[in-house]
Design a binder for this molecule. Structure first.
Ligand SMILES: [Zn+2]
Length: 257
């Protein structure tokens, strides 16, 4: 039997293409080719009645992040509005990938946040069965070209530590909320991605689980990094963080209450 034709996660169109998790220009800037990606633990686990999240720390997974693609966006999106964002972001992020200290204007913060939100939405479709990004959020990205308002996005320069450099993608989803009625399927409703490319690290959190984003956001604010979504009204310096901070971010996904 022929495989059913998938639909573009943004516009609903057909003619799907393979979208790279990390675009090729990132690979050209990295000193080494050895790269990895990782997922946390089991995709969806529930503990207790409310604010029920359980994850495991990141672990290395075999594979080259730079070769990894997800077939979920159409030719028009990939080569159109998504390419325009990609082209615009290269001169902004390129220097950070290579470890330069930079300032980001409010417009640059929004651009980088949008680019990162697209990566998170694409990676989320790596396994459709456990997807946590809602169609409403994808529609928002597609129509406004900005991340959903409730999402939270940070950027940092990492210190080149071994766990998170030269390239790593960590993604975790969970269900947060009241216990579903018996027999109701459990659908993940919040997500956190931590992506590193060279010395660039970005983390993206979102979800409709009640109070999830504010609760996680309050914790992540204390860890370091520079918040770029919601964007600041002034230019901001991209903060320097180490491996420990990036790992702490992933662990905080598990202990939000
Ligand atoms: Zn499309």
């Amino acid at each position: 039997m022929a495989k059913p034709q998938g639909k573009c996660i943004f516009c609903g169109g057909s003619r799907l293409t393979h979208e790279h998790i990390m675009p090729a220009w990132v690979g050209r800037l990295l000193p080494e080719k050895a790269t990895g990606f990782s997922k946390g633990g089991p995709a969806v686990r529930r503990v207790g009645d409310t604010f029920t999240i359980e994850v495991t720390p990141p672990r290395a997974k075999q594979g080259n992040l730079l070769g990894k693609t997800v077939r979920c966006v159409c030719l028009n999106c990939n080569g159109g509005w998504m390419k325009a964002i990609e082209d615009a972001v290269i001169p902004v992020l390129g220097p950070i990938v290579q470890g330069e200290s930079v300032k980001l204007s409010p417009d640059q913060q929004k651009l980088v946040a949008t680019w990162a939100a697209i990566r998170a939405a694409v990676y989320d479709r790596d396994d459709k069965k456990v997807s946590a990004v809602t169609q409403l959020d994808r529609d928002h990205l597609f129509h406004s070209r900005f991340p959903p308002e409730s999402w939270l996005i940070w950027i940092a320069r990492n210190d080149g530590g071994k766990l998170w450099s030269p390239s790593r993608y960590w993604h975790e989803i969970a269900y947060v909320g009241p216990r579903p009625k018996a027999g109701q399927p459990l659908q993940a409703n919040c997500h956190l991605s931590v992506m590193s490319a060279g010395r660039l690290s970005i983390w993206v959190a979102g979800g409709e689980g009640h109070q999830f984003a504010p609760a996680l956001g309050a914790r992540l604010k204390t860890l370091g990094g520079t918040q770029i979504w919601p964007a600041a009204r002034t230019s901001v310096d991209v903060a320097l963080v180490d491996d420990e901070v990036l790992t702490d971010i992933t662990l905080n996904f598990a202990i939000v209450r």
